[in-house]
Design a protein around this ligand. Structure first.
Ligand code: ZN
Length: 238
């Protein structure tokens, strides 16, 4: 019964299909994509934080510029008043005093403004750098995505080839034998194995002498199953 030998080809195809399925759910590219997604999120958070820092400094700069401007206007007004000659001596000394205070205040504000502008330069560098790192992370993620696509396409091709082989092979078997095979495959993942010496090729368990005698005594055209795993045991030449 050479048809039983063909069961081994079918079992090979099914084993290959299992390997393909296993590879598909354990793609290293998927792990890489997961890692890169986290990386991209971290870079995005950095970029957002850098942008917020920059915006805060811009707001501080605007506020300080406004304050400096107000002090300057006040100084101009006081100066104009002093030069108008229309103020009394007491008010004149008050104005002089105020101008002194305003000058010191403006100088402090201008120092602070310079300091913040320097901070802004550093923050802008930081912002640009964070943006570049985010772009890089996005590029890496894109590349990993296409690599995954390639890997999946390869598996699709292999799976399709197996499916075709399987359909062709399945036509060779009597219905009863095929359904026995399918049942065993469904319940134990392997439907048929070669009897190698005293060992079942499906579960690798060694059969005892009694079982071997029983199998030996079974006519070749009859189907025998492994007493351990249920797989159809294909005997040499059958
Ligand atoms: Zn077995």
């Amino acid at each position: 019964m050479k048809v039983q030998q063909k069961l081994l080809d079918l079992a090979d195809v099914d084993a290959e299909l299992l390997r393909i399925r296993h590879r598909r759910i354990n793609l290293p590219e998927d792990k890489e994509i997961e890692r890169l997604k986290k990386e991209r999120q971290a870079r995005k958070d950095d970029a957002v934080a850098a942008e917020i820092a920059l915006d805060d400094l811009d707001r501080d700069i605007k506020r300080l510029e406004r304050e400096v401007d107000q002090v300057r206007q006040r100084e101009q007004r006081d100066n104009a008043l002093m030069q108008s000659g229309s103020v009394a001596a007491k008010q004149l000394s008050e104005l002089q005093h105020e101008l002194g205070t305003l000058g010191r205040r403006r100088s402090l504000l201008e120092d602070e403004l310079l300091d913040i502008m320097e901070q802004r330069e550093a923050a802008e560098e930081n912002y640009k750098h964070a943006g570049a790192r985010l772009s890089h992370a996005e590029e890496e993620l894109d590349a990993a995505g296409s690599k995954r696509g390639d890997a999946t396409a390869d598996l699709d091709v292999a799976e399709k080839r197996c499916d075709t082989d399987r359909e062709k092979l399945a036509q060779l078997f009597p219905e009863e034998l095929l359904s026995l095979y399918e049942n065993e495959r469904r319940s134990h993942s392997v439907g048929a194995g070669r009897l190698q010496g005293s060992r079942c090729g499906a579960c690798r368990i060694e059969l005892d002498r009694g079982e071997l005698e029983r199998i030996k005594a079974t006519p070749p055209e009859r189907v025998v199953q492994c007493p351990e795993c249920g797989a159809i045991l294909v005997r040499a030449g059958r």
